[in-house]
Design a protein around this ligand. Structure first.
Ligand SMILES: *Cc1c(COP(=O)(O)O)cnc(C)c1O
Length: 418
């Protein structure tokens, strides 16, 4: 099936007489006929036990997203933050380190630099444009993974996924990619060598600003038996001695994440949330196409305006990442534009407060146009140095183009500029 068809049909195929739409299974638990049968499911979790690990509605959505990304399995989480956290904790323990590019989502910077540090895991931040030698030099003997964002929020830099996959694999380490902004409609990082993909489904996947959520997709591509990952190849005493790489093969990573970390942290979404996420996914392909089309028009308008110092939109000819975007994001670079207004922080706030159609909110990738001022909102916890590393200027505005008519969006911008 092509991707548009997968959006509608993957993950759930009703049998004769069954509901056409994925049903909401609102139950914490599942009944079995015998103690032995239920016990067997603990050994091989191929059916549902308890809705902290899995649920039929969430399961359908997980299968759909795994199929969209081209992975062997997926696990939904209650937020994008939980997905990023679990994606790392499933590999790194206290005493380990991992490498991440600096241009990533502000919340992820905080999670990696502050909270994981408290847990004894070091994140080594590097510039995504560093040479292979520089990246190699930044690595430590305890480095266990690489992390980056396909299209960084909010810097809109495009990651050279193949370069990072090459370096990671040369060192027998996995590459984790946050693919939130492109969604699998615009880029499928596993096709470029990524091993694990994470998303905040709160953004385009849900699309309607209805519920916060996340997902981890396992590409099934990484060899966890290469000697660097004993947690995959030695018995897990907390889970009756299972050896994940032996019992689960290509799905070892995602099943370990579920049976160890989801079991202990419980950051699983509700069936209702998954149902709503699925509605968003059904129209994802058609929505992404329109977001890209609208954003290109708005970006071209910003580029032509004398009130604008600079525009960052990788889909715009002349953008630093235009050529790379053609390779990784050939069908468009999402609806998110960032631009720097002339007049700095003050002018940015005045512009934001004058918009009538676009709303000022801490969100992005909504169906409705929305704007955000990173320096005074999402990224206010970052130092100036970290702000610059994340590619953020005080006059920068993140403009998330929605599905309204592009002319109405541009008219709103024009009146706010005056
Ligand atoms: C929003 C976002 C996150 C965090 O997701 P939540 O669902 O808000 O927890 C992570 N990565 C990126 C790129 C994001 O845009």
């Amino acid at each position: 099936m092509k991707i548009e068809t997968k959006c509608l049909h993957s993950g759930y195929t009703p049998e004769n007489g069954e509901p056409r739409v994925v049903p909401i299974v609102q139950s914490t638990t599942y009944k079995y006929n015998s103690t032995e049968e239920l016990g067997d499911i603990f050994n091989l979790p191929d059916r549902h036990i308890y809705s902290r690990f899995s649920n039929p509605t969430v399961d359908a959505v997980e299968k759909k997203i795994a199929d969209l990304e081209g992975g062997v399995g997926a696990m939904c989480t209650s937020s994008g933050q939980a997905a990023s956290l679990i994606s790392i904790l499933n590999i790194c323990n206290a005493g380990d380190s991992f490498i991440s590019t600096g241009a990533i989502y502000g919340g992820t910077v905080n999670l990696f630099a502050v909270t994981l540090k408290k847990m004894g895991i070091e994140c080594i931040f590097i510039d995504a444009e560093s040479s292979e030698e520089e990246i190699q030099a930044a690595m430590k003997p305890n480095t266990r993974a690489f992390f980056g964002e396909t299209l960084a929020n909010p810097a809109l830099t495009v990651l050279d996924i193949e370069k990072f996959a090459g370096i990671a694999h040369k060192n027998k380490l996995p590459l984790i990619i946050d693919n939130t902004f492109p969604t699998p409609i615009l880029c499928r990082p596993i096709e470029f060598g990524a091993d694990i993909v994470v998303h905040s489904t709160s953004k385009y996947m849900d699309g309607h600003a209805l519920q916060v959520g996340g997902v981890i997709v396992d590409g099934g591509t990484f060899d966890w038996t290469n000697g660097k990952f004993p947690e995959f190849t030695e018995p897990d005493e907390s889970y009756h001695g299972v050896v994940y790489s032996e019992l689960f093969g290509k799905s070892a990573y995602i099943i370990k994440a579920r049976m160890q970390l989801m079991r202990d942290f419980g950051a699983y979404p509700s069936a209702n949330s998954a149902f709503l996420l699925n509605l968003g996914l059904e129209t994802l392909a058609i929505r992404m196409e329109r977001y890209c089309k609208n954003a290109k028009k708005v970006a071209e308008y910003f580029a032509s305006s004398d009130q604008v110092e600079s525009v960052v939109y990788p889909g715009l000819e002349g953008d630093v990442y235009y050529e790379r975007a053609k390779k990784y994001l050939p069908d468009g670079t999402s609806g998110v534009i960032s631009f720097t207004i002339k007049g700095g922080r003050e002018a940015a706030i005045k512009f934001m407060d004058s918009l009538k159609l676009a709303s000022n909110e801490v969100h992005v990738a909504d169906i409705r146009t929305c704007v955000l001022h990173p320096a005074s909102e999402t990224h206010r916890q970052l130092t100036d140095e970290q702000l610059l590393a994340a590619g953020i200027n005080p006059g920068m505005i993140r403009f998330s183009v929605g599905l309204e008519n592009a002319e109405d969006i541009i008219d709103d911008i024009k009146q706010a500029f005056i």
